[in-house]
Design a protein around this ligand. Structure first.
Ligand code: HEM
Ligand SMILES: *[C@@H]1O[C@H](CO)[C@@H](O)[C@H](O)[C@H]1NC(C)=O
Ligand SMILES: *[C@@H]1O[C@H](CO)[C@@H](O)[C@H](O)[C@H]1NC(C)=O
Ligand SMILES: *[C@@H]1O[C@H](CO)[C@@H](O)[C@H](O)[C@H]1NC(C)=O
Ligand SMILES: CC(=O)N[C@H]1CO[C@H](CO)[C@@H](O)[C@@H]1O
Length: 331
């Protein structure tokens, strides 16, 4: 009896996985015939760029996250505003550090257009570049199925409500991720991306200066860390470029140090630090801090899932000739 239940359950699961889903035609070997050198060409550009500009990996990872969360992984965030109307990019909460990422995608696209014109989408280039850069800085490998098309619209009015902010309350962060199909554990793993890269002072200055009536700095900061940040950010209003590493100990390495930092009050953003105390997220922070393999497994799985979020296929999209412009300028 117990045995047949097991068989039934596993049968049910295999049926469930046969139900066609939105991303059923994406495949790992999508370009194997049409652009066999896709991955070699991309790797070549990537490693050169990351070597000369070590901030590229973090910038690209963040760009990818924002592109996917705003109407799916369709490279619509790469569209530049034109004389006629504004694009998503214009509305994005601070893509100011992302210059390296845009430059990277443009370079990869140029190299790939020479090899196989009109074949590889910008959305696929962004998805694979992100994965390869994560691996390059020490993070986990995960499969990225291919065949995404590039979006035909880029709407600035939907950006804001689709992206999390440092002061978004935890219940709203959880709801935002849940609305896109991500569990609490998957959210905690994805935000582990903050193990690389940096944030501008204005994103956490509220925690450093006049935090509350009773406390100048946010008491959930480690006090020594807070004093260091106050020094670093003292001129941030006149020099808005001032910024701090998201992971103070190993800023350029993709590892689980981010979660260990949270346990010691070294989380940079309000939303980072909150994950270490909120009872819904704390168990995952503690597990990822303890066990890097557990983090890497969940991060890889969640990134794979993110890379499939609301992808456009076939006639829902294009293969853009340039990643920053629609093929026909729309007026
Ligand atoms: C709770 C949700 C999240 C919030 C509130 C948040 C917020 C932020 C903020 C404010 C910055 C600093 C931007 C700047 O000053 O230029 C940042 C940086 C960054 N975020 Fe997030 N983020 C979240 C989740 C994620 C996720 C899920 C990913 C990727 C999977 C991600 C990847 C990054 C990366 C890599 C950077 C560094 C960018 C760079 O160095 O250029 N973030 N984030
Ligand atoms: C411009 O407007 C059209 C029509 O509303 C829209 O489809 C397109 O995404 C908009 N953005 C850009 C940058 O052209
Ligand atoms: C802030 O500005 C003051 C006065 O211009 C300067 O002496 C100091 O070095 C600056 N601090 C930082 C961290 O840039
Ligand atoms: C760490 O996590 C991995 C993956 O979840 C698991 O297989 C392993 O047993 C864990 N290691 C420890 C020491 O708990
Ligand atoms: C939407 C938003 O907050 N944009 C800001 C991002 O940062 C730059 C420079 O710090 C500001 O000029 C933008 O207004």
């Amino acid at each position: 009896m117990a045995f047949s239940n097991v068989v039934l359950v596993s049968l049910l699961f295999s049926f469930l996985s046969l139900i066609p889903s939105a991303h059923c035609t994406l495949t790992l070997n999508y370009y194997s015939k049409t652009c066999p050198k896709f991955h070699d060409v991309l790797q070549n550009v990537l490693s050169g760029k990351q070597l000369t500009n070590p901030t590229t990996a973090a910038a690209t990872l963040r760009l990818f996250f924002h592109d996917c969360f705003v109407n799916g992984c369709d490279a619509s965030l790469l569209i530049a505003s034109n004389a006629f109307n504004k694009s998503e990019l214009d509305a994005d909460v601070n893509m100011s550090v992302a210059g390296d990422a845009f430059d990277l995608i443009a370079r990869v696209k140029t190299a790939i257009e020479l090899e196989c014109p009109g074949t590889v989408s910008c959305a696929d280039i962004l998805a694979v570049s992100t994965r390869d850069l994560v691996v390059m800085v020490g993070g986990p490998f995960y499969e990225v199925p291919l065949g995404r098309k590039d979006g035909k619209t880029s709407d600035p009015s939907i950006v804001d409500k689709n992206l999390p902010k440092p002061l978004t309350p935890m219940k709203d962060l959880l709801a935002l991720f849940a609305s896109k199909g991500f569990s609490t554990e998957e959210m905690v793993a994805l935000v582990g991306a903050h193990t690389i890269g940096f944030s501008h002072c204005k994103e956490f200055a509220n925690r450093l200066f006049h935090f509350s009536k009773t406390s100048e700095v946010d008491p959930s900061y480690n006090p020594t860390f807070a004093q260091g940040l106050r020094k670093l950010c003292q001129n941030y209003t006149v020099d808005p470029a001032m910024s701090a590493f998201n992971d103070v100990y190993t800023p350029g390495k993709f590892d689980n140090m981010y979660y260990k930092n949270l346990q010691r009050g070294l989380g940079l953003l309000t939303s980072d630090q909150a994950m270490a105390t909120d009872p819904r997220t704390k168990p995952f922070v503690d597990r990822f801090a303890e066990n890097q393999t557990a983090f890497f497994d969940m991060f890889g799985r969640s990134m794979h899932k993110l890379s499939l979020y609301k992808v456009k296929e076939n006639h829902d999209g294009d293969v853009r000739r340039r990643c920053d412009q629609f093929n026909t300028i729309q007026v």
